[in-house]
Ligand binder design. Structure first.
Ligand SMILES: Cc1ncc(COP(=O)(O)O)c(C=O)c1O
Length: 410
């Protein structure tokens, strides 16, 4: 089959809900992927944050193979060793907790929202404050929680009572608190929102507010989790601030669909009991075996310290790029969750990068998001930077020709 034929099948049979590029990826290994025609790419945005160990990490692939031979699926009214072991592993890596397993980030957030509403039901509280520019998923409640109007348009009336505060602005959050507020929910680093890092003051300020008013702090670690920021979970970069609920997904399964919400044991009372929440597939042995392998690989290959080291290298390389190309307004992020904010649209840069064999992402109009695998090597970073250098030069040249942008290269 050729890419054009796959495109034709899509045209006829797949709902067009994604803006797709005409590339059909068929093989991946580490930070490399190949398309149907055999073209190789260096993947610095692997799996939209899912493939944080790189593509097809042997530790994950072998765990999946081994589990697949024994048992693929167990309904959740039976005990399942892998799920129990994974729950213990997540709790040990975060805080004393009990966990509910589902299949995606949006579902994890739905569950956390349901939990919060149930928690508040006794006192008649149901409002949840989330942040502008946040992203929490596409299911109805997660979409309503998302603080970007473009995701709400056409789906009104909004079904839940979500109020959107300004990220990193404690006063803006305080202004939205009413006697009906039950939770505050946000991403420690906004991913889709353009890599906006929560300030330590904001984090500790929200924690304090939640403690004072018996509100739940829900951290969405769907994109930041599993080592991307140099800690297993991003909140661990903030001294003494932990969530009441944490949602995780994406890289948790190393490529297979799994999500979870993690409930802090300090919430003493039993909130969700038998029959109140469920999922047919959630936490089946196959995905839990894969997730257990992800934890093992991160530990064995010391990927948390490696992510910090590689992040420092990226930082130095970005500084050089910024000095050379004034179109770059700033470079931001932590460890391997990074972005270059541009002074003009980012899509032409992501497209040119792809043409030159480097996969990165454009978000929020003018932000280039760069989130390589935790297993990325110094050599791969150097290669990616050579490509990026050439991409900035080429787009500047094209802009100069078309009279487009005023901020060309030196
Ligand atoms: C922070 C965050 N939360 C939730 C989601 C939704 O996850 P999913 O697409 O698996 O439903 C995403 C997806 O990008 C995300 O980045």
């Amino acid at each position: 089959m050729k890419t054009a034929e796959v495109q034709e099948l899509y045209k006829q049979f797949v709902l067009p809900t994604y803006t797709q590029v005409p590339v059909c990826l068929v093989k991946g290994k580490g930070s490399r992927v190949w398309d149907l025609e055999g073209k190789e790419y260096l993947d610095f945005f692997p799996g939209w944050g899912v493939s944080a160990l790189g593509h097809c990490h042997p530790g994950v692939v072998n765990a999946i193979k081994e589990q697949a031979r024994k048992m693929l699926h167990v309904p959740n009214n039976f005990l399942n060793i892998k799920q129990a072991e994974l729950a213990r592993t997540i709790s040990e890596a975060s805080f004393p907790a009990r966990i509910f397993f589902c299949n995606s980030g949006a579902e994890a957030n739905e569950g956390a929202i349901k939990f919060a509403k149930k928690y508040g039901s006794e006192t008649g509280r149901y409002e949840i404050i989330t942040m502008k520019r946040s992203f929490h998923g596409r299911t109805l409640a997660a979409m309503n929680a998302t603080g970007q109007e473009k995701f709400h348009q056409g789906f009104e009336p909004l079904m839940e009572k979500f109020l959107h505060a300004d990220f990193n602005d404690l006063e803006s959050v305080k202004r939205l608190i009413t006697p009906k507020t039950i939770a505050i929910m946000f991403e420690p680093i906004q991913g889709e929102g353009g890599i906006n890092v929560a300030s330590p003051d904001f984090m500790s300020g929200i924690r304090k507010l939640c403690d004072e008013k018996d509100m739940l702090l829900i951290l969405d670690e769907v994109q930041t989790g599993m080592g991307r920021t140099g800690k297993m979970f991003a909140y661990q970069n903030y001294h003494g601030v932990g969530p009441d609920l944490m949602t995780i997904s994406k890289s948790l399964g190393g490529g297979v669909p799994i999500g979870a919400f993690v409930v802090n044991r300090k919430i003493g009372k039993e909130v969700l009991t038998a029959g109140m929440h469920g999922s047919t597939f959630g936490g089946n042995p196959l995905v839990c075996a894969a997730a257990l392998a992800v934890f093992k690989v991160i530990k064995k290959e010391k990927l948390l310290t490696w992510a910090v080291r590689m992040g420092e290298q990226l930082d130095r390389e970005f500084e050089k790029l910024q000095a050379k190309y004034p179109v770059i307004e700033n470079s931001r992020g932590i460890a391997l969750m990074r972005a270059l904010k541009l002074k003009e649209p980012a899509a032409p840069y992501a497209n040119e990068a792809r043409a030159q064999g480097l996969l990165i992402n454009a978000t929020q109009g003018d932000v280039l998001r760069i989130m390589p695998a935790l297993t990325v090597t110094p050599k791969e970073i150097r290669l990616a930077m050579r490509i990026l250098d050439s991409v900035f030069a080429r787009v500047a040249e094209q802009n100069a020709k078309s009279g487009g942008c005023s901020c060309s290269a030196h």
